[in-house]
Design a protein around this ligand. Sequence first.
Ligand code: ZN
Ligand code: ZN
Length: 400
Amino acid sequence: MHDTLMRTNALNAEMINWRHDFHQYPELGFQEYRTASVVAEQLRSFGLEVHEGIGKTGVVGVLKRGNGTKSIGLRADMDALAITEANEFAHKSRHDGQMHACGHDGHTAMLLGAAKYLAENGQFDGTVVFIFQPAEEHGKGALAMIEDGVFERFPVTAIYGIHNMPSLATGHFAIRSGPIMACEDNFEIVIHGKGSHAALPHLGIDPIVVGAEIVTSLQSIISRTLNPVDNGVISVTDFSVAATRNVIPEKVILRGDVRAFTPDIQARIESSMERIVSGICAAYGATYDFVYTREFVATINSEPEADIAVAVAREIVGDDGVYADCAPIMASEDFGFFLNHLPGCYVLLGNGGEGPGGCGLHSPHYDFNNEILTTGAAFWAQLVHDQLNPEAGDTASASV
Ligand SMILES: [Zn+2]
Ligand SMILES: [Zn+2]
């Protein structure tokens, strides 16, 4: 077993306790008051300098060694989801309708474990900034911390994040340089027709027929407008009508979700959507309102930091446990906002391909796999040792 892995393993029971505690008391985005205060209290007990209330409920812990000027940011997310847990184990959620169904309880526990390990054993020269962010799920927490000046107050040269990944074997790593998670845009299209009797359609303008044609035609953007080697998804997820069986309604509302990897493709999808909506509505004599919003940016790993993450992961679990050029995922991640400001890398850590660990994120049956707490903490510790290595020669300071 790798040395760092063996030593972080000594904190395993403690990490499990923290994780189960967070799991029992999940909190939604920007309401992580209890979680943040437990995190802050623990960090203080390890001897870190602690700053609370950054980006509303975010917490930053700072651990400095030696005189080195290099600093790196390690990030965990703390928020839960508005899902009623279907599990029956002892650490089941005690907050009705709220649940850690995305494993942020595990991410927070893992980073606490790394902070404790590094405070007690860290042989490094420089500054580690532990970033516990709120409100990842709705893509608002990273920006809130950035706008609150987190990187002016705690400058870092690079930032790293870990997310667990069901369907990836327990403790394996998947990493890639370039886009790893997509952006998310949302849209709402209101089609205004003209209501009439169901038996007298010639007296109205049927927004359901217009809406049906729009839903079908929007898919042609992916297949006919984008370059086939580019990626994009358009999903109409809501087709709402205030319906009465024998009435052609006044209006239809379509809502949905778009994913892509680059601002250029986002812009092409947005303009193509409006062109199709406008053209089809005009053809039928209907009018429309079109609202398109950008919710998450794409998560794009920088190449040097992706290489660093791959090397660290290989040190921890060996070459066979690391996919160094994994396929990107069309889901989205708030960490992308951090990577818009700084170089860095977002790393996926296998929650388990088989058994409970393979249960999908955001499922009421999901649970973070305790077996990977040590792997994640060891990755964090090794990353700090490698990047803030007093012998690496990028500062003139003596080793600690
Ligand atoms: Zn998540
Ligand atoms: Zn999630």
